[in-house]
Design a protein. Structure first.
Length: 342
């Protein structure tokens, strides 16, 4: 039903409008008991899944929604209804910001990809906290945190710590995002010295608390092997709990969509990043000897692509663009056949 009917209707709208429209309709539908049952039957949403334990957290299943889909924790109930075992909210910043001017999100249909330059648009961490106080039970929620656009990299740690402090009572794990290409200068924080300093600040604050949360670092697929070597060393030295690999790519290589450059700057997610994301996961896993868990994300739109990430060394996976192109049944179709490590 989704790919034959609903997808075509939604793709008549702009990507942002379609996103909020579809989630609003889902919110209404599942509030009606009979409609909720009908949706589960139509999209085959229910499937028995194997829980996964990572860093002491028991994930109900191995499929999560990646950051960027539910920036402000508006759709946690709806995403849990669709079968997701975890949702990563954000990226959140201390102060609300509108993000980059629209249009800033584009479908690359021939590539089954998205190009975005959202620019950390969000209502601010306090706005998200107001909703997280009523988060649904049984769902693992991660908090993806970043800096405001006007904050310099020299002062970035204060923004990350402000978000960390506000979210700590309400999320299960944290993600330090230094890999978005859409906030000017942010990826400079992936350099060896600034990255180590930032992670040290967050880990130190975390260890001061009675109930520390697992800390993950989200990295770009465009890093060189030398940079990945630095990441492994820093993760182990600073006692960061794990890595999320990967964010969007700034590469425009081998795209089927013509004239992508005319759409402007931004990061590409979906099928074009699948191969490189898997390569990064495999490299990190082998280089570290499996010393830390990896959450795999990038081009996952089927059981095959999800299994590829697990086989490369990921503990669990996250989806985003694949969900847009494949629809609600994607989660259950992956879980029905996914073979986990260990």
């Amino acid at each position: 039903m989704y790919r034959k009917v609903l997808k075509h209707l939604l793709f008549l709208m702009s990507p942002e409008k379609a996103h909020y429209f579809s989630m609003a309709m889902l919110k209404i539908a599942i509030s009606i008991p009979v409609m909720g049952w009908v949706l589960k039957q139509c999209f085959k949403l229910e499937v028995e899944a194997q829980p996964v334990i990572i860093c002491g957290l028991k994930f109900p299943n191995a499929i999560g929604m990646a950051a960027g889909f539910d920036k402000d924790a508006r759709f946690l109930n709806e995403l849990q209804f669709l079968g997701f075992g975890s949702v990563e909210i954000g990226t959140l910043t201390p102060v609300a910001q509108p993000g980059n001017p629209q249009p800033r999100l584009f479908r690359l249909k021939k590539d089954e990809a998205l190009l975005n330059r959202m620019g950390f648009n969000n209502g601010g961490v306090g706005d998200a906290v107001s909703r997280l106080k009523n988060r649904p039970p049984g769902l693992i929620v991660g908090g993806n945190i970043g800096r405001n656009k006007l904050t310099t990299n020299e002062n970035a740690a204060s923004d990350y710590l402000a978000c960390f402090d506000a979210l700590h009572p309400y999320v299960d794990y944290f993600v330090v995002n230094v890999s978005s290409p859409n906030t000017p200068g942010l990826r400079e924080l992936q350099g060896r010295e600034p990255l180590a300093a930032l992670l040290r600040a967050v880990v130190t604050r975390n260890n001061e608390l009675l109930k520390p949360r697992p800390i993950f670092l989200k990295i770009a697929p465009d890093m060189t092997n030398s940079q990945l070597d630095d990441v492994v060393e820093i993760i182990i030295k600073e006692k960061v709990d794990g890595v999320i690999a990967t964010n969007t790519t700034i590469s425009r290589d081998n795209l089927k969509t013509l004239n992508v450059d005319s759409l402007g700057s931004g990061g590409i997610s979906g099928a074009p990043v699948r191969s490189r994301s898997t390569e990064v996961i495999s490299y990190l896993h082998k280089k570290s000897g499996g010393a830390f868990p990896i959450i795999g994300v990038g081009g996952i739109d089927s059981l095959e692509s999800a299994q590829e990430k697990i086989d490369a060394g990921a503990s669990i996976v996250q989806v985003f663009s694949g969900f847009i192109y494949r629809g609600p049944s994607l989660v259950s179709s992956i879980l029905a056949g996914l073979r986990l490590n260990g």
